[in-house]
Write a protein that binds this ligand. Structure first.
Ligand code: NG1
Length: 443
């Protein structure tokens, strides 16, 4: 048995009173539902990405950090091989499914699919004798990860589930292998995302962002490096309050546009596998090789079928040139941001963040009017270094880098002006870079 206060101090630092109450409530709810006895607790954080959007599935660069908000998973092995799921939020109803190497999905949008994906992937890849589990999940505010806000609450649930199953299955995982497994697990829900969210959830370091090269090295590991956050500054996450449903199709269309670009560039650059592989070729030489728009059917006729991309119909217009333009430049921006942060050149960091937002808005077309408004309002505050949308887009949050002394002015003006302009309320939370996912202890 672990001492709760000691375990929580190791994870959250000295201010643990609210966390003690949160964990105690979770433990009590678990025992009320599943009976007395020891309970093992796991956690996984959400993330905010400073820069490098829609680059991870193109084998590119990203610069995320883990939030100090997390999903808690309370678990205890069962004598059979089923997973019984309970969630402290009533809008996520109880679920149960048997462990297997092919687990049937619940209907699209069902919360249990993230746990199913993780369970299926562990059963498949590791061939473990996984025990069944009773599970209780707590992702409630204010300490949980906001849902659907581009802060990777889904990856946090996937990662926490995988870590719990691996623990009870006796697998001593390494972070790179586990991140790849969890990234694959999220394909279970249909999106074809990259490795950023799961990697940072697992490998985050307190007070640091993580520069990650999403191209796996020959042995399957990844190159990453902690980047300290600039002293005298604060990162703010501002939730626009806009949530878009069914972004899966739009997401996969962007993935399709990038893959189409690679297929077409291969005619002049044989052997390339990702946009990343032409990073040294000047964009002005690549752009003429790409059409503005092409459909999957036209690509197929050219001998380049797009495979394994759910919900991308043959006549979907793929904006190949603009999407590739975003990715090619965004990769450069990540490298330049890391260099500028390390040299303390904050004006340059700010310029890159603003440019990244404009590129997501104009080329990748994933922002919303509300996100654009929030970024514009943020930039009006003196002392704001830069601001941009964060995560996939289509609503959710912006991230703002601001000088410490300007935070009060930001809080006093931006939400009010946002409400005046859009009629919506924005939630601002200062963000501390927290540690990565793992076992908290048995209580
Ligand atoms: P969010 O914001 O969590 O939907 C998605 C992808 C990332 C990355 C970003 C865009 C998943 C699980 N996450 O994140 O891999 O591609 O969009 O940069 O697919």
């Amino acid at each position: 048995m672990t001492d709760l206060a000691t375990a929580l101090t190791a994870v959250y630092g000295p201010e643990i009173q609210p966390q003690i109450r949160r964990y105690q409530a979770g433990l009590a709810a678990f025992r009320e539902r599943f009976g007395p006895g020891p309970v093992t607790v796991f956690r996984a954080p959400g993330r905010v990405n400073l820069i490098g959007e829609h680059t991870d599935y193109n084998d590119g660069y990203v610069l995320p950090l883990a939030l100090d908000k997390d999903v808690l998973l309370f678990a205890r092995p069962r004598p059979d091989s089923t997973i019984h799921l309970h969630n402290l939020e009533p809008r996520f109803p109880p679920r149960a499914f048997p462990l297997a190497t092919a687990i049937p999905p619940a209907p699209a949008g069902d919360w249990s699919n993230y746990v199913r994906g993780a369970a299926q992937e562990l059963a498949r890849r590791l061939g473990l004798e996984l025990p069944g589990l009773d599970v209780l999940v707590d992702g409630r505010p204010p300490h949980g990860v906001p849902r659907g806000a581009g802060l990777s609450s889904s990856s946090a649930l996937t990662v926490a589930s995988a870590v719990a199953l691996a623990y009870f299955g006796g697998w001593r995982w390494d972070g790179d292998t586990m991140a790849q497994l969890c990234s694959q697990a999220e394909w279970y829900v249909g999106t074809r995302g990259g490795i950023m969210d799961q990697y940072i959830a697992l490998q985050a370091r307190r007070d640091h962002a993580l520069f990650l090269d999403c191209r796996p090295l020959p042995g399957g590991s990844f190159r990453s490096r902690p980047v300290p956050l600039p002293p005298g500054h604060r990162l703010l996450v501002v939730d626009s309050g806009v949530r878009h449903q069914n972004t899966r199709n739009e997401f996969n269309r962007r993935v399709a546009a990038c893959r189409a670009g690679v297929a077409l560039l291969r005619r002049a650059h044989p052997g390339i596998g990702h946009l990343r592989d032409v990073e040294a070729v000047d964009w002005s030489r690549l752009e003429p090789l790409l059409p503005e728009v092409i459909t999957p059917a036209e690509l197929q006729a050219l001998g380049h079928p797009l495979e394994d991309l759910p919900n991308v119909p043959p006549d979907a217009p793929l904006r190949v040139r603009a999407c590739c333009r975003h990715v090619w430049h965004e990769n450069r921006r990540v490298l330049a941001t890391v260099a500028a942060l390390e040299r303390g050149e904050m004006a340059e960091v700010g310029r890159l963040l603003r440019e990244a937002h404009a590129s997501g808005r104009d080329d990748y077309q994933v922002t919303t009017p509300e996100l654009d408004t929030l970024v514009a309002l943020a930039m009006e505050v003196e002392g704001v270094v830069g601001a941009r949308f964060t995560g996939a887009g289509w609503g959710g949050c912006i991230v703002v880098l601001v000088r410490l002394e300007a935070v009060a002015q930001f809080l006093a003006t931006v939400p009010e002006r946002y409400r005046a302009q859009t009629g919506r309320s924005a939630t601002v939370f200062p963000c501390r870079a927290g540690p990565g996912a793992g076992l908290v202890g048995t209580f």
